[in-house]
Design a protein around this ligand. Structure first.
Ligand SMILES: Cc1cc2nc3c(=O)[nH]c(=O)nc-3n(C[C@H](O)[C@H](O)[C@H](O)COP(=O)(O)OP(=O)(O)OC[C@H]3O[C@@H](n4cnc5c(N)ncnc54)[C@H](O)[C@@H]3O)c2cc1C
Length: 289
């Protein structure tokens, strides 16, 4: 399979990429790692007349780590996150998510920004950014704006980034001391996409009581969501096995669980609960609980 004919553009600055987007409008698509867009073009599910490659655009790559946050340039590859010592020391769960995406070819080419702009319902990053509470910086003709993660995922493969904007970076806050986070997924046996994936983050006080929780669920529905019922079930509780089990029971609430070739609605809702329990249990362990 080969894609329909298109014109290729390789701007070197965000300004030039935005100019092209403004001129070519709906006829153009941004190209990052190409690991979602090119397969769609080969299947003729997408037929852009122009591709605007972001690979030469300055300022979109790189990982910045400080005491408060890990900031990933949109063009940072999954592998760069997986292998970053700085990320491992501040927010190791991000490296773990990067490490279980697809295969080495996908991880070396695919980008975090591409994944989060594409918003495949079975992608892994969405669960992590929802659980940890990320901010997205987008740039358009009128300048930059920041979008909170709760406003990012709009629906099936639909996000808050506008057609005349470029996603520039993703800022993920570092959680305080006595926090832990973990991501667990049931991978599709061929692609490794998440049939269901759950990321959980918790903060415990000195008595082991949960003071803050974030839980993101991906794979089961048309878009990744925060499992607010699970979060509410964790905060204020000492997180022993019974409390975790009870909270995890709410993992499919608010998810528009879809039946597909991987399983029925009931089965996928069951996986949400099982993987929520596993992710929370590991997060609590890492928080010192
Ligand atoms: C065999 C295979 C297995 C995979 N397994 C997994 C898996 O296990 N888990 C997982 O999460 N993913 C998986 N993926 C998807 C992979 O992670 C993709 O790399 C990712 O979803 C898209 O990133 P990309 O950089 O390739 O984006 P592209 O394919 O280049 O772009 C995707 C979309 O995002 C838009 N876009 C890209 N960058 C920007 C930007 N900066 N601003 C605005 N819009 C932008 C593009 O216009 C396009 O519409 C797999 C892919 C393949 C081919």
């Amino acid at each position: 399979m080969y894609p329909a004919a298109f014109q290729y553009h390789a701007p070197t600055s965000v300004k030039d990429a935005l100019k092209l987007l403004g001129k070519l409008k709906d006829d153009a698509k941004l190209l990052a790692g190409g690991h979602s867009l090119i397969p769609m073009m080969k299947l003729r599910l997408a037929q852009p007349k122009h591709l605007i490659d972001l690979r030469k655009v300055k300022g979109l790559t790189g990982i910045k780590v400080d005491a408060k946050a890990v900031t990933l340039g949109a063009m940072t590859t999954h592998w760069e996150v997986e292998s970053s010592k700085a990320v491992k020391s501040k927010l190791p769960v991000l490296s773990e998510v990067g490490a279980i995406i697809g295969d080495p070819a996908v991880r070396n080419k695919g980008t975090v920004g591409g994944s989060l702009a594409h918003a495949d319902p079975a992608a892994d990053w969405p669960a992590a950014v929802l659980a940890l509470g990320a901010d997205f910086v987008c740039e358009g003709p009128k300048g930059k704006r920041t979008v909170k993660v709760d406003d990012w995922f709009r629906g099936l493969m639909s996000t808050a980034v506008k057609e005349n904007e470029v996603l520039i970076s993703i800022k993920i806050p570092v959680w305080p001391a006595r926090s832990g986070a973990a991501y667990m997924k049931f991978p599709h046996p061929a692609s490794r996409f998440a049939v269901v994936g759950v990321c959980a983050a918790v903060t415990l006080d000195t008595k082991g009581v949960c003071t803050r929780a974030g839980v993101g669920v991906t794979g089961a529905g048309t878009k990744a969501v925060r499992a607010k019922g699970v979060e509410a079930g964790l905060v204020g509780k000492k997180l022993d096995a019974a409390a975790i089990e009870a909270a995890a029971q709410k993992a499919a609430e608010g998810v528009d669980v879809q039946a597909d070739l991987q399983g029925s609605v009931e089965y996928k809702a069951h996986l949400c609960r099982v993987f929520a329990k596993r992710a929370i249990t590991e997060a609590v362990k890492r928080a010192g609980g």
